[in-house]
Design a protein around this ligand. Structure first.
Ligand code: EPU
Length: 419
């Protein structure tokens, strides 16, 4: 198993470029199945989740031609409508293939998707199944696979009783080829949903309201292919900003959209974290005193759950007490136990809330990355900790952050990747 070895407290600084948004690329790849025309995707991040996603396209009979950060996908002739368990088990976002295959081919089979464990037990897919049923799909479960079939999907009215990002995207994509009008209510409003809708519209879909809580889709017979550039990853942007704040360094973060992390920048202003920004760059400046500030994770434009773990690391370095309240996932605060082992003063009130008393110096430890975001937070903690930290199970980190060791080394980190 590969691991990172990090010697902390090296002076950091310089410039770092943000990669393409994982959680957009993971939807654009399955969206290619809605059309028999090719799609060319630019700024595709080189991460494990994307590799698995492209393997799913190939397993269905699609053609994939990848050249560094560009990829051409052609799904004209599909050989099967079964999403194989060995790929679905590794990737929660495998569920994103279901709607497009169903809409285009009239049937699809898939196992319960895997991926990182950050919710209670297996992460549920009830909203997806209900949603597909509301389009007229028949659903059976046999031999470990869900089997969905519908000769012709018809437009649906669906209200999300829980706001779901992938749920919104899945039903929005399915509706593109369903006959008639679909109205989706209480939708998620993430920028990735807007970008996905814009792309589908540019290829002939008729979607309005993406980025608001009500999305209306008028079904069309077919859509085309085309070119798409993946926008910058807002979670990577926020993570680098939090690392710079915690290590008190000057760091220019380029190729990013600071508007997509407005909530974090507004909190920085209240805390005394210094920065300057433009439309597509963010310059973090050293801050002497950072004041503790409590947060509650929330759907966009609120505080993203995916930035909760690096924010918690920053709070171990801030003056005073703060509460971090994780409202989206049950297991996303368990990693704080590792921060405590590194010297942080953190009290877990219940599975959803911790109190952090700062500032406390951190010291290096042997750690195992529990999931993608907590794993990256461990890297961040190791970079500001005294001494050596070993982080195991870094597949979890490389699922979402491309060439992270090289990029951190380029800004001064002492980080080595060993097999
Ligand atoms: N939920 C249900 N039933 C469902 C689906 C979701 O109860 O059928 C619940 C979840 O258990 C959770 C809540 O709804 O409590 C919200 O989860 P959501 O469905 O919005 O999460 P997701 O769509 O599976 C996406 C991102 C996550 C990110 C969340 C929240 C992708 C591929 N994943 O997940 O990203 O944390 O939205 O913003 O877009 C990550 O990148 O590390 C990551 C986990």
């Amino acid at each position: 198993m590969s691991k990172f070895i990090i010697n902390g407290r090296q002076p950091l600084g310089g410039q770092i470029k943000v990669g393409g948004a994982k959680n957009l690329a993971l939807k654009i790849i399955p969206a290619s199945l809605l059309s028999d025309q090719p799609i060319i995707i630019d700024n595709l991040p080189d991460i494990e989740d994307i590799k698995r996603s492209l393997e799913i396209i190939k397993s269905l009979g699609g053609l994939v031609d990848r050249q560094t950060d560009q990829c051409r996908i052609q799904t004209k002739n599909l050989a099967t409508t079964i999403i194989p368990a060995e790929l679905a088990n590794k990737l929660r976002a495998s569920i994103m293939f279901v709607g497009p295959i169903l809409a285009r081919m009239g049937q699809v089979s898939f196992p319960h998707p895997g991926g990182c464990v950050i919710g209670a037990g297996t992460r549920p897919i009830d909203l997806f199944l209900e949603g597909f049923r509301s389009f007229g799909a028949q659903i059976e479960f046999a031999d470990g696979y869900y089997h969905l079939a519908a000769k012709q999907l018809s437009g649906a009215n669906y209200f999300f009783t829980t706001i779901s990002v992938t749920g919104t995207e899945a039903l929005m994509m399915t509706a593109v080829l369903a006959a008639g009008q679909t109205v989706l209510e209480n939708c998620a409003m993430e920028p990735e949903i807007v970008a996905l809708a814009d792309y589908l519209n540019s290829q002939g879909a008729d979607i309005s309201g993406a980025g608001t809580s009500t999305i209306i889709v008028n079904g069309v017979q077919s859509i085309g292919g085309g070119a798409f550039t993946v926008m910058p990853d807002r979670i990577e942007t926020g993570t680098f900003a939090l690392l710079a704040a915690a290590s008190r360094c000057e760091l220019l973060i380029t190729d990013c959209f600071p508007d997509h992390i407005s909530v974090l920048l507004n909190i920085f202003r209240k805390q005394g974290v210094n920065f300057e920004r433009g439309d597509n760059w963010l310059k973090m400046l050293p801050s002497k005193n950072i004041t503790a500030y409590s947060i509650k994770t929330h759907e966009y434009p609120g505080f993203p759950t995916d930035l909760q773990s690096p924010y918690t690391v920053l709070m171990t370095q801030a003056q005073g007490s703060s509460i971090v309240h994780e409202t989206i996932y049950d297991r996303r605060l368990l990693f704080t136990d590792m921060l405590t082992q590194m010297g942080a003063n953190i009290i877990m009130c219940d599975p959803h809330r911790v109190v952090i008393n700062g500032p406390t110096p951190l010291h290096g430890r042997k750690l195992t990355s529990p999931d993608l975001r907590a794993g990256m937070a461990m890297v961040m903690a190791a970079l500001i900790a005294e001494g050596k930290t070993e982080i195991d199970n870094i597949y979890q980190i490389e699922r979402g952050y491309q060439q992270i060791a090289e990029r951190l080394r380029a800004i001064g980190a002492d980080i080595e990747r060993v097999e």
